[in-house]
Design a protein around this ligand. Structure first.
Ligand SMILES: [Zn+2]
Length: 324
């Protein structure tokens, strides 16, 4: 706990296992419960597969980044006992890579400029699986000088993938998502483009993250295919539910954690994953031993289990156990 060196924690990057997982928080605030669940699931899956676990700060949307949040997240992860491999990747330093990918898409004629106003978008777009479905108004407009948002022409076919937790997922991007933005008019590259470029750069083979990102995955697969990049395996962890089985409010999900008391939050996160009866533990070492055991024991049944079958897990305050 005394060592706060935030990079190169472990050096098994040449591990025999081809598994490469990652956790990619957004430093828009302190680590919250939803992020802790994603970190726990991705970490356990990586470690149980003898894989490496990489960290990436998704700080591409610089206006939303909160000063000091990235370091606070890293220190919180340390306090919870996570050990990551290699240097932390920062999206805010990756503009050249995103631009290069954008240019490859432009060279294929897959990108067009859109200068629709918010009002025009609201008036012409339908509600889709994740926000508005852009109606493609600017697809055939003559080019105009920037600044303008740059949109990707989505493939006119269904994207299908097998999620290790959610099962088979299919999405018709043209009708459910629409041509989506790769670079905003203010010059900021979007999450969808950045995450695809970075997963490829980090050689990520397995993406374990919250189901709130499930609707983003088809767009990311489309980008991977356009760019000739491999598609990782996906496992989308259940969305946090409250006792009534309702999705927790953003407010609750985003409730800050206190890394000074790691055990209650870790146990809540483990319970939330619904892997089995969670026993009280006296220290972090006991927690991690139990967590590995439960994740390993879940094994194949975990794969394909749907969140509704995992029960409504109450992320209420856990037993007040001392931290270590
Ligand atoms: Zn437009």
């Amino acid at each position: 706990m005394a060592d706060f060196s935030l990079e190169h924690r472990r050096c098994n990057l040449d591990s025999i296992s081809p598994y490469r997982g990652r956790f990619a928080p957004s430093p828009t605030g302190p680590l919250h419960f939803g992020s802790l669940v994603a970190a726990l699931g991705s970490y356990l899956d990586a470690r149980l597969n003898n894989g490496v676990w990489l960290l990436r700060m998704e700080d591409v949307d610089t206006p939303r980044v909160v000063a000091g949040a990235a370091d606070a997240i890293l220190r919180a992860l340390e306090a919870y006992g996570f050990e990551w491999d290699g240097a932390v990747m920062y999206q805010s330093r990756r503009g050249e890579a995103y631009q290069a990918a954008l240019e490859r898409l432009q060279a294929q004629g897959l990108v067009y400029a859109c200068r629709c106003s918010r009002r025009q978008l609201a008036e012409t777009a339908r509600r889709g699986i994740d926000g508005l479905v852009y109606a493609g108004l600017c697809r055939n407009r003559p080019p105009f000088p920037e600044p303008a948002a740059l949109r990707l022409i989505v493939p006119d076919r269904r994207i299908v993938f097998d999620d290790a937790w959610q099962g088979r997922v299919a999405c018709d991007l043209a009708t459910e998502s629409g041509d989506f933005v790769l670079r905003r008019a203010d010059g900021i590259y979007t999450y969808q483009l950045a995450v695809v470029v970075d997963d490829a750069e980090q050689g990520v083979t397995h993406v374990v993250r919250g189901a709130d990102l499930l609707t983003s995955t088809p767009r990311q697969i489309a980008l991977q295919e356009y760019l000739g990049l491999p598609t990782p395996r996906y496992l989308h962890l259940p969305v946090v539910l409250d006792a009534a089985g309702d999705k927790l409010s953003k407010q609750t999900l985003a409730a800050p954690l206190d890394p000074k008391w790691p055990l209650p939050a870790l146990l809540r996160a483990l319970r939330f994953l619904g892997l089995g009866p969670v026993r009280p533990v006296a220290n972090r070492a006991e927690f991690w031993a139990q967590a590995r055991e439960l994740w390993a024991g879940a094994g194949p049944p975990l794969r394909g289990r749907r969140p509704e079958a995992s029960g409504a897990i109450v992320p209420a305050a856990g037993p007040a156990l001392p931290g270590t």
